[in-house]
Design a protein. Structure first.
Length: 214
């Protein structure tokens, strides 16, 4: 009986030790490596000096430990004058430094133009997000010091509208009117509109999202 008990205790000990090792390993994986943070800062600083001017500053680093991005480490950069925040990181394929400045600048521009209409039509709590390819600046060879307007290019962004309520009968008509507004006002001519109904907690209320080409 005592021998069986000892075996059981040994097995339980091994299990608890394994769990402890897993917990410690997980906690360590969630923490950024200070050396790699410093490295990305230095690389981003050299990149900014070569492509931007003194109006841009590195204010933090981003460590992606969940695989949400194509990079593990990125530098967070801010344009002081406009307060536009963007990322500088190594491209996964070329390993060359790239940035999301043009993408974030144009996304902010479009969101600002859409926001007044969104609030009037769907309420103060409705939120609009515009998603443009992160490396659109490099793709279109846009000068980061002379970005211009998103309207100067034939963009096809994703416009996501989050509405904090349930679906109502007239919604599809309202969404169609919103698309017409974007086209008529010259804000956006192409892209995709995706609408989600969300709870106050941020959970999506309906399984299916409404979407349509712009």
């Amino acid at each position: 009986m005592r021998k069986a008990l000892k075996v059981i205790l040994v097995i339980l000990g091994v299990i608890f030790l394994g769990i402890a090792v897993l917990v410690i390993s997980f906690n360590l994986s969630m923490k950024p490596d200070s050396d790699r943070e410093e490295k990305i800062r230095q690389e981003a600083d050299r990149y900014l000096q070569a492509n931007f001017n003194d109006d841009f500053e590195i204010y933090a680093t981003l460590y992606d430990n969940m695989g949400n991005f194509e990079f593990e480490y990125a530098a967070k950069v801010r344009e002081i004058r406009s307060n536009t925040e963007f990322l500088v990181y190594p491209d996964a394929e070329t390993e060359q430094m790239v940035d999301t400045y043009v993408s974030d600048r144009w996304s902010n521009e479009l969101e600002e133009e859409m926001r007044p209409y969104i609030r009037r039509a769907f309420g103060e709590s409705a939120v609009v997000y515009v998603f443009i390819d992160d490396e659109i600046g490099a793709t279109l060879n846009v000068d980061p010091l002379n970005v211009g307007s998103s309207k100067d290019y034939n963009l096809e962004p994703i416009v996501r509208l989050d509405i904090p309520r349930e679906r109502i009968v007239d919604d599809e008509e309202h969404f169609t009117e919103f698309i017409s507004y974007l086209k008529d006002e010259g804000i956006l001519q192409n892209g995709q509109l995706i609408v989600s109904y969300v709870a106050e907690t941020g959970e999506i209320l309906e399984d299916e999202e409404w979407s349509r080409e712009i």
